[in-house]
Design a protein around this ligand. Structure first.
Ligand SMILES: *Cc1c(COP(=O)(O)O)cnc(C)c1O
Length: 399
């Protein structure tokens, strides 16, 4: 048997055990923190959530943090609290997860999809500008893979056109732009603590913002429009009294999630450091492989390195990208795609009237993208197995 044949062609696989594209890293500290909450008698939103929010605010460099059940809820609330609703348009990227666009639809506003910058894969500010209409209310940039969007340009466009900026920072906790944490740009930044993200509360999210009035609206909206939650009321003279003062939703985070978040946030810098090390190894190896294009980082940005993506130059290989993904899988490397563009999903095509051909840079990138395994618990040997598997596969299928 030829050892250099890809496993999918009958060769032997590079790995015996599959390597996922992402996974969480938990230690005893998380178990203990959760157990403490379970025994404390206060399970849902309470003192641990206040502590988590204070820690997030300090870490992310924004005066207010409001923790919620998910980044999807965070985006929905942020747009809602900024008064974005029916009749309004929100400009965002198509190279994102469905949550970004659903958060706009939940508010009755219309998503408008702009093309990406093919180098960074982030939304292209020039295309945002072209899509502004008298109905545009907000820009919703998504920091792809944790690499910040061109926030100087986006904030400038927003100022000139009187628009709000809400960032989908699901990938970007720890990212910086122009020397500052990403949460400092725009009206609000929404983070995700879903299990595959840079840090996790299993499910969870938070909105970071500078404006106290906006933070108050967000706090009320996460729990039925009631400004003071049960924990705060428990300490007041009249714990039975509450007032619904605005529209509200049900997306308060629990104290056991917050307790886990406090622990994960303390470990985040070490996670980011390890992600960076692996990215450097990958960059070094893949820059030498023909037919592989690396993503460029945004000038002035420091990425949180949530995803490691490469693009295959399709004309250089005898097979398409999906065959390469299948071949990687046969080697034990579980790669992924981020993302199938929003405008090519059945529901959004129907709802938004979108179709192939609308966003050429996004489509070209999406057809060639591969997300390779990247998570802090990966060993150097894991990273090397990814490199050797890809090298072997691309050599075999080279034209
Ligand atoms: C994960 C993700 C979300 C949603 O986050 P949840 O916390 O799962 O709601 C939104 N946008 C992007 C780009 C994501 O990757």
């Amino acid at each position: 048997m030829n050892l250099n044949k890809p496993a999918i062609e009958g060769g032997s696989p590079v790995r015996d055990t599959p390597l996922p594209y992402a996974t969480q890293w938990l230690g005893d500290e998380e178990w203990c923190a959760i157990e403490d909450v379970l025994r404390s008698g206060w399970l849902t939103t309470g003192p641990k959530t206040e502590e988590f929010e204070a820690a997030l605010s300090a870490y992310a460099g924004a005066p207010h943090a409001v923790a919620v059940t998910s980044c999807t809820a965070a985006l929905q609330l942020a747009l809602n609290a900024l008064g974005i609703g029916p009749g309004g348009e929100v400009i965002t990227t198509s190279l994102t997860f469905a949550a970004t666009v659903f958060s706009i639809l939940y508010n009755g506003a219309a998503p408008v999809l702009a093309d990406i910058d093919p180098d960074t894969l982030n939304i292209d500010p020039a295309d945002i500008e072209r899509r502004i209409t008298p109905r545009t209310r907000a820009i919703l940039p998504m920091h792809y893979g944790g690499d910040p969007c061109d926030m100087a340009a986006i904030v400038d466009i927003a100022k000139r056109n009187n628009l709000a900026v809400v960032s989908d920072a699901a990938h970007a906790i720890g990212a910086r732009y122009a020397g500052e944490p990403v949460a400092r740009f725009g009206n609000a930044a929404c983070f995700s603590f879903h299990a595959v993200k840079n840090m996790t509360t299993i499910e969870g999210g938070a909105i970071l913002c500078a404006d106290a009035d906006l933070a108050g609206k967000l706090r009320a909206r996460r729990f039925f429009g009631i400004a003071n939650d049960a924990w705060q009321r428990a300490a007041s003279d009249k714990p039975w009294e509450y007032d619904v003062s605005s529209i509200g939703f049900k997306c308060n985070i629990t104290d056991f999630q917050s307790a886990m978040g406090i622990v994960q946030l303390k470990k985040l810098d070490s996670f980011l450091k390890r992600r960076r090390e692996i990215v450097n190894k990958y960059n070094e190896a893949f820059s030498k492989i023909d037919g592989v294009l690396l993503k460029k980082d945004t000038p002035g940005g420091v990425s949180a390195n949530h995803l490691y993506v490469i693009r295959i130059e399709p004309e250089r290989f005898r097979v398409d990208r999906d065959r390469i993904l299948a071949a990687l899988r046969a080697e034990g490397i579980i790669a992924n795609i981020h993302y199938k563009p929003i405008h090519l999903h059945t529901y959004f095509m129907k709802q938004l009237g979108t179709k192939r051909g609308m966003l050429p840079h996004c489509e070209a990138a999406a057809d060639a993208l591969i997300t390779l395994p990247l998570f802090p618990a990966m060993t150097d040997a894991d990273a090397e197995s990814v490199v050797s598997a890809l090298q072997k596969i691309l050599d075999f299928y080279k034209r």
